[in-house]
Write a protein that binds this ligand. Sequence first.
Ligand code: NOJ
Length: 771
Amino acid sequence: MLSNSFNQILFSVRLRKIEIIIASFFCILAIKQPLSAQSSLDRRVDSVLALMTLEEKVGQMNQYTSSWDITGPMPKGSRDSLKFMLIKSGQVGSMLNVLSAKATREAQRMAVEESRLGIPMIFGYDVVHGFRTMFPIPLGEAASWDVDAIQKSARVAATEAAAAGQHWTFAPMMDITHDARWGRVMEGAGEDPYLGSLVAVARVRGFQGDDLSAPNTIAACAKHFAGYGFAEGGRDYNTVSIGDAFLHDIILPPFKAAADAGVATFMNSFNELDGIPATASNYLQRKILKGDWDYKGFVVSDWGTVAELITHGVAADEKEAARMASIAGCDMDMEGYSYVPYLTQLVKEGAVEEALIDDAVRRILRVKFMLGLFDDPYRYCDAEREKSTLYAQAHQDASRDVARKSVVLLKNEGNILPLKKNQGTIAVIGPLAADKDSPIGSWRANAVENSAVSLLEGIQAAAGKKTTVRYAQGVKLTAGPRNFLSEVIVNETDTSGFGEAVRIARGADVVVLALGEDCWQSGESRSRTHIDLPGLQAELLAAVRAVNPNIVLVLMNGRPIDLSAIEPQVQGLVEGWFLGSQTGNALADVLFGDFNPQGKLPVSFPRSLGQIPIAYNHKSTGRPTAGGNVFWSHYSDEKNDALFPFGFGLSYTTFSYSAMKLSSETLRMNETLKVSFTLTNTGKVTGTETAQLYTRDLVGSRTRPVKELKKFQKVTLKPGESRVVTLEIASDDLAFFTARGLREAEPGDFEVMIGPDSRNIAAKQGFKLVR
Ligand code: NOJ
């Protein structure tokens, strides 16, 4: 049975010799240990490993990019022809950025039919928020707090990617961050480890499905392990200095949840942690991940991070870098060019144990087996399926569904929203209003440029016949090339479009103004030191407002924007992120009230840049409140709290929270406490509220956050309808990294709070955790 499936890849053309080797290997194995002691998967893995030379094993640990798409700096000598030779000599276990069923089939053919053992390659790609059909950027999608919709989005992305030859996505990114300057805030689920964990698991499940070997599922990758979201100054790739408790309580929970959910792979990170680059970190990779968590998948380096141990200054040369990374538990070298040239020699010299190489290769082969690549290495290379799958209507529908759930209504003064469909004249103004490209976002995988439905198109399609829709760009956002590799140059000078914008604003009943960032201003290596609206957009707003104050500002952006100066100037404020292919339709659904907004911020929007880093779950400090003089923890020129707090988002209806009850005043270890309350829709339309539950541990062996999200529930209620919501807290939900260096819950007094967001607490009660 085992040798049967493996024989398929040997393609009878070759190697009667190897069949004999496999047969004798099984005899040896049977003598050495009872077969029942090993899982069938492990036996299949070992049957392949036993055939491999040391060079071939090291080859499995090697990953190259194709030059067809570049997602990082290109090392010298990375021409495809050279790589093709290496594939044929069994030196390439994986490639990234090989796109399309046709291209992957050809590359796979070289590995399977022309290398000695014919071990299939695994093809990876950054399928971050969609493949051809784009979904909201992950930060936006997290604002839906809808784990089913998020799972569905990843499911669609996997279906499309798998149809185009991909086996493996480098997603989900689950880096928590408190820093809006960091460009990759757009790629995660925001600032909270609990929400982040649920979103991470939903995405892993969506990508991987129930069966990794199905032709429409792909392996996921938990990245970046770990701490990458806390780069100093928010500058990408920068140093990270955080304590162990912070690492365990804030950064690791989504990774642990993903590991528990069976994520197939991990990626380490560019940053150092306490002086040790993550790629060389035994503590992260061997102790925590493969030791404490008993993780069985493999760890891929981030792009070039093995060789970057030299520029970090912990390795003198590539050989030392290869030694350090492999010993530390980095199983695959992505575009680092360090494992293939040096690992074999390092093993022969006794500097790296062969057992470590075997362990890495076993992990990699196991994932290849799980994907079914040994049964059919071309399973994912079906050009017909690719054609019929990409951009399918059902995928567009799924995208629109989660996109509108991701929209967050931040302000609705005088109920300017929803807009009436027969409003008179709507002036749609702004650099992002007719933009069909930025809404796709910056991790756009295989998306077609300019393929999103623009806001203008969405409004035009939804507005009634009696409504006149006028458009003016007003101002350009950028003044130069826009792409993955170039720096964005912001337009700081050209105001030539202001006149037309003012003219149409003057004659309109309402202005829908679309401002924000170009999508290439967030994402990898897109850090900013200013997080207000770039370029001349604030000036455009002022000019428009001077003639028409009825303004609904629709934001498109990949990070929290400093809205302090902007918010007072508009009546309606809608956070529209980059919502993907169906952006305009999703936004129009919300603006015209066909869909009642329900998104809640997964990240705090600061009042000013100087508040960063900021998160709702901060500590108390020794001086949290004013005591009659200046000596307390505050700014002398700004409030401490966010402009829009974590969890915040309005609806076209209103909700009330009442009758909070606890099932008991005490919670025993390993038991649960029920927290119930009545939620009522007190407004005039059906709406969905995300009711949130926070706790505070009043006294701990280490200081505890002032609030921590522990549970939430989305509840849809008709006008006047009430429902009793019951949320459960288990004692384990209260665990943290205690002064004993263990994750455990400590007995003592707690507060439990419920409410619509992290600032507006509707009710709270105390309880005691007891042994
Ligand atoms: C570098 C990024 O940090 C990582 O997230 C991505 O998967 C790789 N490049 C491959 O493109």
